[in-house]
Design a protein around this ligand. Structure first.
Ligand code: NDP
Length: 273
């Protein structure tokens, strides 16, 4: 029987994951199917269980179920435990292994695809939700000179500093606390851009030659990227590379083969214009 995989979310029709994994399977000669499943908001665990009973080998998990996926995993990885969220599950007998590849996907995109080493750089994450939680450890492991988190509710950023104290020395605060600071890499991990809102970024936030990265993808020039451009930033990127890179990590985890990501990223890239 052909091995079956799926992405589970709500809603799910927008998901690019079936297209990405189908392209990976073709390129690597792996025999598998990959579909999109919309779980009812109160039915994530039952949907996973049904898929597993029918012979499913693993799933990707997207909004709003990543926290539940972490709870469902009988064997969460350190990345999933620290993030408090899983974006990939693998079924092995009675065991449900849980992983979180969002952070490594981001780091691979920044360092490999965009050629920006994080080592010795000043890195800022805007937002203190699940995406930032997943990104902190993989970024900290690259040895930045400074790793800072700023959030609308500063308390949530401070809570992250406490939670990650054993793994990374974080600077935390609200947007006003960023006054007078400059960063080499500024990553928008808020969902503000989805509703078209701009962030209260102080002047001088972007160091000369800085990179501005918005985790949101496929929306062209988001309000954050427009703010960065207006501040003189020349290197702008959205999160399409992160999406494809986390998918490649999941594919490797499930299949033991790492697919090339370059062509898939190119096929999904929407010009920032
Ligand atoms: P969460 O809902 O967990 O967190 C949202 C964050 O955005 C919070 O810190 C919240 O601040 C902040 N926020 C929301 N609205 C505003 C606003 N108007 N002004 C300032 N801050 C705001 O979301 P996630 O962390 O899961 O996801 C964040 C973004 O990253 C999403 O857009 C998601 O699509 C994207 N993403 C992309 C991935 C990729 O592969 N490219 C992977 C994962 C996520 P507060 O705490 O104050 O409410």
């Amino acid at each position: 029987m052909t091995d079956r995989y799926a992405v589970i979310g709500h809603p799910i029709s927008h998901s690019k994951s079936p297209q990405i994994h189908t392209a990976f399977a073709q390129a690597t000669g792996q025999s598998l199917t990959y579909t999109a499943i919309e779980a009812p908001l109160d039915g994530f665990a039952a949907t996973v269980e049904a898929f597993r009973r029918e012979g499913g080998r693993g799933v990707n998990v997207t909004l709003p179920f990543k926290l539940q996926a972490r709870e469902l995993a009988t064997h969460p990885s350190e990345a999933a435990r620290l993030a408090g969220a899983a974006n990939a599950l693998k079924f092995e007998g009675d065991r449900i292994l849980g992983e979180n590849f969002d952070g490594i996907g981001l780091v691979n995109d920044l360092q490999v695809n965009l050629g920006r080493s994080l080592k010795g750089r000043r890195v800022l994450l805007l937002g203190a939700g699940g995406a930032t939680r997943g990104a902190l450890l993989p970024i900290a492991q690259q040895g930045p000179a400074l790793l800072a988190v700023a959030n609308r509710s500063a308390d949530k950023a401070h809570a992250l500093r406490t939670d990650f104290a054993a793994h990374a020395a974080l600077q935390s605060g609200g947007y006003a606390d960023l006054a007078g600071e400059a960063f080499d890499v500024v990553i928008n991990a808020t969902s503000a851009g989805l509703a078209g809102e701009a962030l209260p970024l102080p002047a001088g936030l972007f160091a000369p030659g800085a990179l501005a990265y918005d985790m949101v993808y496929g929306k062209g020039l988001t309000p954050f990227l427009r703010q960065a451009r207006e501040a003189g930033v020349q290197t702008l990127a959205d999160g399409v590379g992160m999406l494809v890179e986390q998918a490649a990590e999941a594919f490797l985890w499930w299949r033991g083969v790492r697919p090339s990501t370059k062509q898939v990223i190119a096929a999904l890239t929407v010009p920032l214009a």
